[in-house]
Design a protein around this ligand. Sequence first.
Ligand SMILES: [Zn+2]
Length: 688
Amino acid sequence: MTTFSLWGLLVLVAVGGAGAAQAGDGGPVVLQQEVSVTLIPESHALAGTSTISFAAGTGRVELGLCVAARIDEVTVAGRGVPFSFAGGILSLELPPGGAAADHPLTVSYRASFNDPVASSPAAGEDPSYGVNAAITGRGTFLGGGSGWYPVPQQTPKRRSLRVAAPAGMEGVSFGRRVSRETAGGVTRSHWEEAHPVSVLSLCAGPYQVEDRRLGAIEIQSYLYPENAALASRYLDAAAKYLKLYGDLFGPYPFEKFAIVENFFPTGYGFPSFTLLGGSVIRLPFIVDTSFPHEIAHSWWGNGIGVGGGGNWCEGLVTYLADYLLKERRSPEEGREYRRQLLVDFASLVPPGADFPLRRFESRSDPASRAIGYGKGAMVFQMVRSRIGDPAFFAALREICRRHMYGSASWEDFERAFSRSSGEDLAPFMDQWLQRTGGPRFRLAEVASRREPGGWSVTGSVLQDAPGFSLELPLRLEAAGGAVTSTLSVSGERTSFSIFSSGAPGRLLLDPDAEVFRILSPGEIPATVNSIKGSTRLVGVLTEGCRAGEANFRDLLASLTQGGARVLREAELDRSQAGGHDLIFCGAPRDRSLLPPLPDGVELSGSGFSVQGVTYPDPDGLLFLVLKVPGSGRVAALFQPLSEAAARQYVPKITHYGKYGQLVFAGGVNRGKGTVASGEGAAAVRLQP
Ligand SMILES: [Zn+2]
């Protein structure tokens, strides 16, 4: 399986995932598979038939089908054959001489699927919301891993699917839509794939369907009536991004692209369609964030599967969608996105949770996301800035030409980048793929000296052994303009010398966040993510806590800190406080436990005020994450004005990971910000 993805319900800019289950490589060659299913929503059931043609000479056959399926009949060329069905595997021996295209195997079966669909799922990292397959009156989702049809070990060379459902219930799946009609109380559709990949998923619902065409690509929307008005916005965006990515990577690999609404809030990218929950589709920013991410997965993750160990596709798609679209809007947005990736890694990946990028398979928590998506994206950023745009995108196009409808590995990327640039990039990439963490650079021994015509600034960049080798940007701010220099860093100490004609001011290391490195504590702002990434968090219930202990514990759980110890303020002794990150419910009586509040934030007896706006109870919630000066620790204040406010806003806080100051009132976020971080070890001031 490649990575699944999900979104929380309301307020996050999440990236999705390629949601296709992969078939294995073993087993006999399958020339063709036809699947035909009738959905029966009132009994959560389906009745199916599948006809499969194996290559001549095939003997033993194994098909995966859901454990609870009932098999009515298995025939070869119309005659019943013996079979066994146990543990979700249907096995049989094909009669010799048969099994070619004119002697296909046919399986008739019934199954029911009714995974409970939560109406308001909790925030979390489970990509499927626990739903692998459900056939309901509201909609149908049959994921590739659920065994809703007999799945051969190898992906067939050709595949088709016919879906029948009660009138108005439109089915949608992989491939080209050959036909679609409603007659005699039944809605039918027929789908065909010229280049099948992975295992089929099927959706159905009371969709309003709209079609458009972009060259050879059909673009379709399958939206519930409540969201049907959004169709043209998504169809326009699909055309725009399919064109952009087609120009960058080469032809779009599938016959159609569809935006399909789900009846629970997933975000899946399947081969040839994207499945988004209705609440997600309505969020205004999705069309230019998660949506292009899923479209990029059409090439990376779906068209080309992840092979060879190590999931490269989330890092690459994060880079080519989430990041690249920002960079194209403005260099500043690109720089801020890169910096945020570094902040996320430093905040969310404590040493015990780190692992080499090479071992990333799918995200299961904030740390694995910061590694697989964030560090992965930065590796592609470093390769691109090292070899330049022409060589970088030429390599991506070459991988598409060579590997489409198959799979690619990290090594295939190393080889393609090396070929297109003429430099062996394997050693450079391997250090990021095979080692944990990254370099922690420090500037040392920096001095300036007057010389004829200007100043010479010398010094060293230090890192811990064994050191990473990379091109490190340095910027010297000087009277009359900045001087930029790129230093080839390797080993524990690399010396440099920069000449400037104007008087030097500040020397900055990697000022635009162009390389992957572990930020120094001074560069990392205190944010919600600092709480998520803490390995030494203690919750403190003060007398002023209006949330109630249960809501406070819910908050901790939503920040992946459900295991943190919770004390009353009276139980907290000073020495203990000094060794931990603290999160207070309500302001502590001993205010010295809390760092000074940011400018413009004031607590009062019955409420709080931010920038002159007072939030009186009972509605309103303030959440602050602050650095404890000189300690490397953080302290957070969770200040809801009532239990009801706590209940209402607690589930939202986790979605604001990069912020350190949040205000909620009137049901919505009213303010978000972060106290600016400093320069830490990445800057040296040469003159007062
Ligand atoms: Zn993704």
